[in-house]
Design a protein around this ligand. Sequence first.
Ligand code: ARG
Length: 589
Amino acid sequence: MDLPFHVASHVDLALRAAANRLGLAERGFQPEVRVADPAHGDFQANGALAFAKREKQNPRAVAQQIVDALDADTQAAFDIALAGPGFINFRLKPAALLAWLGRYDSEEHLHTGASSAHAQQTWVVDYSSPNTAKQMHVGHLRSAVIGEAICRLLAFTGARVIRDNHLGDWGTQFGKLIYGYKRWADPAALATDAIEELERLYKLGNNATPEGSPALDEARAELVKLQNGDPENVALWQKFSEVSLAAFQQIYDRLGITFDHNLGESFYNDKVDRVYRELTETGLAENSNGALVVFHDEHPRFSRNAERPNPFMVRKADGASGYASTDLATALYRTEHFKADGIVVVTDFRQGDHFEQLFLTVKKWFAAKNYRLPELHHVTFGAVTGEDGKALKTRSGDVIKLKALLDEAEDRAFALVTEKSPEFPETERRDIARAVGIGAVQYADLSQNRSSNYVFSWDKMLALDGNTAPYLLYAVARVRSIFRKAGLDPAQPPTAGASAPETPQELALARKLVQFSDAVQLATNQLRPHFLGLYLYELAGAYSAFYAADKVIVDDPAVRARRLLLCHRTLIVLETGLHLLGLRTLERM
Ligand code: ARG
């Protein structure tokens, strides 16, 4: 039988079909399949219990009836047993494990197998999205790293993914920056490190324009000129965006990120009028002291009766648009222009209220206008702190620039690689250091639940054991070395004639490999990449146990073939998983 990539789905469908044959489906039987405790099996179905209770029947008898009605292929692929008050346990038989491993034999075939979950859907992912004219600092790391992993997971499960960098490229700060630029710009500094110079000019502009000063009026006048399309100021602003993007791109290149679009806030300048009009005509927005606002009276904090009223500010009292206005226009654009089925925005948890209000407003607005509503997800993450629990700073107390952080990661990894493999040529050690250093930074972030604060520790993330990038990259290199030492090409492993897994370690490893599909599904559905990280760590552990117990290159051809097959599948699953998390894998380390 051809088991699908996601075996749990097969079990679910088989149970539904059996229930259907028995007439239980129309009475509301649901299989409730989940991954089982390994002591009991691979999957467990709990649905008979609730169903029998409702129908006042004996749950074990119902479960047995359903098991007896399962199709012959399913009966042949699994050892099936009843447990407890009516659970059904399924354990893949060795031959079925071998069949699954036979079918999913490359990164490409794993991808084809996984591609059903989001087939035909379009997902827009808004991540990184820094503000222009400023350098990216350590606070910008998480959105970029988590967002990219989510893009890859969605694409792997079949979605068409649109990566959209929603730059903060509009706002009152540009008045002060232009003011500073026109007075103090240093062409030489602009030529060497433009963004550093823009930061300096903004600071000068900001310091020179205190509240109530005539200089502040001048800075405001620069902003108004920009907003009214004054060619000189528009050209300056465009230059600011260009040099910012070029600097961001250097970071994105190192993190393996390529955006399809950089549609910043400014892109929506001419699209906010429609938002004002439609929210007014549908009666959702109201005038509040000259501003246009939306209350959500069903919500304790966003209701007009809240202790401290905090409405969604669609248009400010001075007529200007703001973060809410552009984000409303953005939601509409993504729905109409990209035909998004899902929208994911990745920012830190402090923007929680903004997105809650945005999504509430969008739902009511789209319903009133009969627009199709995409799935809306705000993916949040905690702060990055030092080991003392405080915000991560340089020794002199400044924020840490992302570029400097990535440089340091590579330097530290280089020292590590040089210590471990001094015989490798320097260019190769540099290349390994890039993959290990950047990978360590990415993986430290992705290996823990994104909702928690993230404690930044060089020692932990660069450790060669534990749930770290060096450990996993090293596991990949170790599997590769088996092939290398045996003079075999891992792209074409000699696995013909492999017999089914037999020893406890072979069986445990084979089962773990099949669970890749569950890990991918969980990580994707919950938009939480750490589920995949944890799985890869466990897989590496199962592989180590197998490698310690079972010699791979043995004389018996069927045994050697099956062990090489297990090595090879471990390799492709580890590599595929690490690539999904945005890491680059290595031949040797
Ligand atoms: N530029 C914002 C910031 O730096 C993040 C934008 C997130 N995306 C959005 N559509 N609001 O905080």
